[in-house]
Design a protein. Structure first.
Length: 259
C-alpha cells in the first residue's frame, strides 16, 4: 500500500522463548521513519472515512463522497516523518500531521497484533466541500488554517472499522488553543505593560522609576498650642490600567506637628 523514498533508523529488541520462537509479549522496537515522495494506495481504513461521511446526513450534502473515495484510494504526500514504537503487542503511532494531495490530516493511533485498531484523526471540513461555482467566481479558495474541523475516532478491527465522533480530541484541541492564546496575551501584557514581571525587574520599566521616599517633616512649636496645618491635597488616584502599577502600602507624604 505504501511506497516512496524511505530512510529509517531501527532500535529492535526481539527476545526469544525457550523453544526459540519470537516472544511477541516482550518484543520492543523504536523506528525513526521518514518517507519522501510517498504514495498510499488502496488503504481500506482510509477509504472507509469516505464511507462514513457518506452516511453522515449533515456532511454528505456538501461533500462529493464518490470523488473523495477515489481520491483517498490514491493519496500522495511530499514527506512524512515520525517515531513509531512497538511494545505490548501494539504498533503505536504518535500524533502527526500529513499534508497530502487530498487534505491535511492530523492522526495518531494504535494497531494491535490482533488487528484491532484505535485511531484518532481530524481534518478541516472545508477541505471536503464540493468544488464548483465559488472557485470559478472568486478564484481558488486559500486555506488559512481555520474553520470547522471533523474529529473522528476509528476503532474495532482493520477489516471492519467503526466510527464515532471524537469529543475528547476536540476538547483537547480547544484547550491547547486556549492555552496558547493565553500565553500570547500574557506575553503582550508583560512586554508592553510590565505585568507579570518580578518586582525587582519592574522598577527598570519605563514610567516606573521611583524616587527616594519623601522624608517626614517635623515642626516644633515650642510651648504654643498645637495647631493643625492645612491638610495637603491628596494625590489623585490613578485610574484604569495605571492602578495596576500602584503598590500596596506605598509610602505617602505626611506632615507631623509636635508640641
Amino acid at each position: 500500500h505504501l511506497r516512496g523514498v524511505t530512510r529509517a533508523q531501527v532500535d529492535l529488541d526481539a527476545p526469544l522463548t525457550p523453544d526459540l520462537t519470537l516472544d511477541l509479549d516482550r518484543l520492543t522496537c523504536t523506528l525513526d521513519l521518514r518517507i519522501d515522495n510517498g504514495h498510499l494506495t488502496g488503504h481500506q481504513p482510509l477509504i472507509d472515512v469516505a464511507e462514513h461521511l457518506q452516511r453522515n446526513k449533515l456532511v454528505s450534502p456538501f461533500v462529493d463522497t464518490d470523488q473523495l473515495r477515489r481520491e483517498l484510494a490514491d493519496v500522495s504526500f511530499a514527506s512524512l516523518e515520525n517515531r513509531i514504537e512497538i511494545r505490548d503487542r501494539k504498533v503505536i503511532i504518535p500524533a502527526m500531521t500529513v499534508h497530502s494531495s487530498v487534505m491535511d490530516i492530523n492522526l495518531s493511533g494504535e494497531h494491535g497484533f490482533d488487528d484491532r485498531i484505535d485511531h484518532h484523526l481530524d481534518f478541516r471540513l472545508a477541505d471536503l466541500f464540493r468544488k464548483g461555482k465559488a472557485d470559478d467566481d472568486f478564484g481558488p479558495v486559500v486555506d488559512d488554517g481555520t474553520g470547522m474541523r471533523i474529529f473522528l475516532h476509528m476503532y474495532g478491527t482493520a477489516a471492519d472499522p467503526q466510527f464515532a465522533n471524537d469529543g475528547a480530541m476536540a476538547a483537547a484541541r480547544r484547550k491547547a488553543q486556549f492555552d496558547q492564546e493565553k500565553q500570547e496575551l500574557k506575553s503582550i501584557l508583560k512586554n508592553e505593560l510590565g505585568l507579570f514581571t518580578p518586582k525587582d525587574r519592574k522598577d527598570d520599566l519605563p514610567g516606573n522609576e521611583e524616587g527616594p521616599t519623601t522624608p517626614t517633616i517635623q515642626v516644633d512649636w515650642g510651648d504654643a498650642d498645637s495647631t493643625d496645618l492645612a491638610t495637603p491635597e491628596r494625590p489623585r488616584k490613578k485610574k484604569g490600567l495605571f492602578r495596576l502599577f500602584e503598590e500596596e502600602g506605598a509610602p505617602q507624604e505626611t506632615i507631623q506637628v509636635l508640641d
